[in-house]
Write a new protein. Structure first.
Length: 416
């Protein structure tokens, strides 16, 4: 009996010792660490601190319509509108544009601020505090440097789209070479490459091309280099020059509309689609969508801005004692007689007024008072790079040229 009690006692003791040992082996309970939200700063506010009402302006809505259901006692829609109107014309608030109302996380959701975004970059704010502070600002922009190359299979726009390049890049590249390359005569196998910078709003929203630093466009197996160079450090004015410092600009642009299609060329005999008879066509027709901007092909003075039954809305510009140009069939004219215009300035928009069957601009060109085909003229170049800038320019482009030469051209085999 005594032996049994001793044995039982030993078993209980060992069990207690074992239990204590196990308790020591258990991991201590980790303290609960509160999760701290990273600040999300936008529009000058930490958005994590607010409930956000996000919407778009409805057609016909007024500013009062946007905020009246959100304000609380003590807040005035009239005073808010009055303060906002001091920095932003409320009549410019457009349907479809986004707006936000930031509400405090209190029991009644007190509105803290109204935010309206007229563009991806710009925004205006009214802060619902004692002084109703109103201000406008821009989102921060970052830049990303990239490289691209492509090959023409059908059109420049399709070739660039295949490389993930949008309209911004297409316009930039075609604008650089608009004097030196005839984009209406591109051939399959022509190719390009470029080094460029893209803009991003808040480091995430793509906002187009900032600039093209260097480019090579190869057409008919001839490479055309282009380098962006600041010619005036005070004003920041820059222009594009080739590898030898020769300007890519000409006295005249090759076309009055940006990258469109020639639908009818200058000819002494053409069957008129409206008059149904054969007659001379002393102009070059560029087919483009309604509303496409029409630009002056050179600096000059507007001598006519009018309407006739045949020309429709038209503008005529005198560039110097030798050259004049005319632009026909506009939907709208945007310049007046006597106004000075610069090369590339918008003077109207594409339409089909007058004797026209569809939207296009008829571009007419005079040399010493006689209408001629601009594509058959030996037109003057623009001002060259100043001689005192040449040495600096060649040093500036040397590393850029080495860099873009190392970017591989996309070959024909890449599209087969």
């Amino acid at each position: 009996m005594i032996k049994k009690i001793i044995a039982t006692s030993l078993f209980i003791g060992l069990s207690i010792i074992s239990c204590k040992k196990d308790d020591k082996d258990l991991d201590p309970v980790a303290p609960v660490v509160p999760v701290v939200e990273e600040p999300m700063i936008k529009y000058g506010f930490d958005l994590n601190e607010y409930e956000i009402v996000a919407d778009t302006v409805k057609s016909g809505a007024t500013f009062n319509d946007l905020i009246i259901q959100h304000i609380v006692e003590g807040q005035s829609a009239y005073q808010t509108a009055k303060r906002l109107n001091e920095i932003y014309d409320l009549r410019r608030i457009q349907a479809g544009k986004p707006f936000k109302i930031l509400k405090r996380k209190d029991s009644i959701g007190t509105p803290e601020a109204f935010i309206y975004e007229p563009s991806k970059l710009d925004y205006v704010v009214v802060n619902f505090n004692d002084t109703l502070a109103a201000y406008k600002d821009k989102h921060p922009i970052t830049y990303k440097r990239k490289k691209a190359s492509g090959i023409i299979n059908s059109t420049l726009s399709e070739a660039m789209a295949e490389e993930g390049l949008g309209l911004s890049a297409i316009y930039e590249l075609s604008d650089i070479y608009r004097w030196s390359i005839d984009f209406f005569k591109l051939q399959k196998g022509d190719r390009f490459k470029m080094i460029y910078k893209e803009r991003y709003i808040n480091d995430s929203i793509y906002a187009g091309i900032e600039s093209i630093e260097a480019a090579v466009f190869e057409t008919d197996e001839t490479p055309f280099y282009a380098f962006d160079y600041v010619t005036d450090s005070v004003t920041g004015i820059s222009d594009y020059y080739d590898e030898n410092g020769k300007t890519l600009r000409s006295f005249f642009l090759k076309a009055p509309v940006n990258y469109s299609r020639i639908s009818s060329r200058f000819t002494k005999r053409r069957f008129h689609p409206v008059q149904k008879r054969w007659k001379a066509h002393k102009g070059t027709d560029y087919a483009a969508a309604y509303g496409t901007p029409i630009v002056a092909t050179a600096n000059g003075v507007v001598t006519k801005s009018s309407y006739t039954g045949g020309n429709g809305n038209y503008v005529k510009i005198k560039h110097n004692g030798t050259y004049s140009t005319q632009y026909l069939h506009m939907t709208k004219r945007k310049v007046k007689v006597g106004q000075r215009v610069k090369q590339g300035q918008v003077i109207g928009t594409v339409g089909s007024t007058g004797l026209a069957t569809g939207p296009h601009v008829c571009y007419r060109f005079w040399v010493n008072g006689r209408q001629v085909d601009p594509y058959k003229q030996n037109l003057p170049s623009a001002d060259p790079l100043p001689k005192d800038k040449m040495e600096d320019y060649l040093q500036f482009i040397a590393p850029l040229k080495d860099e873009i030469d190392q970017v591989p051209f996309k070959g024909v085999e890449d599209i087969l």
